[in-house]
Write a protein that binds this ligand. Structure first.
Ligand SMILES: Nc1ncnc2c1ncn2[C@@H]1O[C@H](COP(=O)(O)OP(=O)(O)OP(=O)(O)O)[C@@H](O)[C@H]1O
Ligand SMILES: [Mg+2]
Length: 311
């Protein structure tokens, strides 16, 4: 089983306007609500690939209830721990007249040590050897920087494998607990290594693996991705596509990687499915995720090349 963990989920509202003006009442021409946060996105993308998962996380107040009820109504298995405050709302404002947009994100509901300890216990109770835990997204206010490191240790004690997709100090501290896979983008990788990574793929992959994780999926936006693990590294280039909205493409890529990893596919197959799923998501509007047919159509068009092998 794959378990995704979202500590800072959100209700994402997308509002469209003709034009937006400061100091006046702006009336939206349309409004949509998505249940989100990176782990939730990964679970939705996995579902579209035909792979079930359990959505774990923290939920707070009426917003949290709306999120959990909404996900359950879509037949997702949810294991949420209640925390104080309100689950955040993230608002995207799109000005159709100019094509401009802005995102307004709330910080999220604060957490306490007791809430995090209950989440650890609930995770431990769910896991069986061989399961995959995907820890994704930012940490909520009040969560210590080693929160992911602790969850990784819990998962490992129960024989599960762990993928970590975060950024900044949460990712750096998480790496110290040796997750089995990380999925940084170029910016996150550069931050983690403290230097530019441009144009140095094999060296970057090896430096990232040197931080602890055995498998590294380095996503490169429109250029595709690279993967290192199990004695080899590869890079993969997607076909040229018309990008519509690449928000969530990283979550889709991680879902593709997890779907392949959960079936113990080889590293090149994992990379190909990750890139096809990410690229298919970049072709969709909003934070939408592709269905299996769209991903399967792209799979043979992804060019995979070996970079290195090691003993
Ligand atoms: N413009 C694009 N054209 C084609 N494919 C894309 C594009 N942007 C992203 N992708 C695909 O999506 C994958 C992940 O994208 P990216 O590296 O942008 O992730 P990310 O920065 O983690 O994104 P996120 O905002 O979801 O966290 C890439 O490996 C690639 O396959
Ligand atoms: Mg990302």
């Amino acid at each position: 089983m794959i378990v995704t963990v979202t500590l800072n989920p959100s209700l994402d509202r997308t509002l469209h306007f003709g034009f937006v003006g400061w100091g006046m009442v702006n009336r939206a021409t349309s409004s949509a609500l998505d249940y989100s946060g990176k782990g939730v996105n990964v679970s939705v993308a996995l579902r579209n690939l035909g792979q079930p998962s359990i959505i774990m996380g923290l939920a707070a107040g009426s917003g949290g209830r709306l999120l959990v009820e909404g996900l359950r109504a879509r037949d997702f298995r949810c294991e949420f721990v209640e925390t104080m405050g309100e689950t955040r709302s993230n608002i995207t404002v799109i000005e159709d007249g100019t094509g401009r947009s802005m995102k307004l994100n709330e910080p999220g509901a604060p957490v306490t040590p007791a809430v995090l300890s209950e989440l650890q216990d609930r995770l431990a109770a769910l896991l069986s050897p061989g399961d995959i835990v995907a820890l994704a997204g930012s940490l909520p206010p009040g969560a210590p920087v080693d929160t992911y490191a602790r969850l990784i240790s819990v998962a490992h004690r129960h024989g599960a494998r762990v993928a970590l997709d975060s950024s900044g100090p949460a990712l750096a501290a998480g790496c110290q607990a040796v997750p089995d896979l990380i999925k940084p983008n170029e910016h996150e990788a550069a931050e983690l290594l403290g230097r530019s990574t441009a144009g140095r793929l094999p060296e970057t992959l090896s430096a990232l693996r040197g931080l602890g994780p055995d498998r590294v999926l380095l996503s490169l936006g429109a250029a595709g991705a690279a993967f290192a693990g199990e004695g080899r590294s590869w890079c993969a280039t997607p076909p040229a596509v018309a990008e519509v909205n690449s928000v969530g493409a990283g979550d889709a890529a991680l879902a593709g990687a997890l779907a392949a990893w959960s079936l113990d596919r080889s590293g090149d197959e994992l990379l190909r499915l990750a890139v096809a799923t990410g690229t298919a998501a970049a072709c969709l509007d909003g934070t939408a995720f592709p269905d299996r047919a769209a991903v399967d159509a792209l799979l043979p068009q992804v060019r995979v090349e070996v970079l290195e092998s090691w003993p």
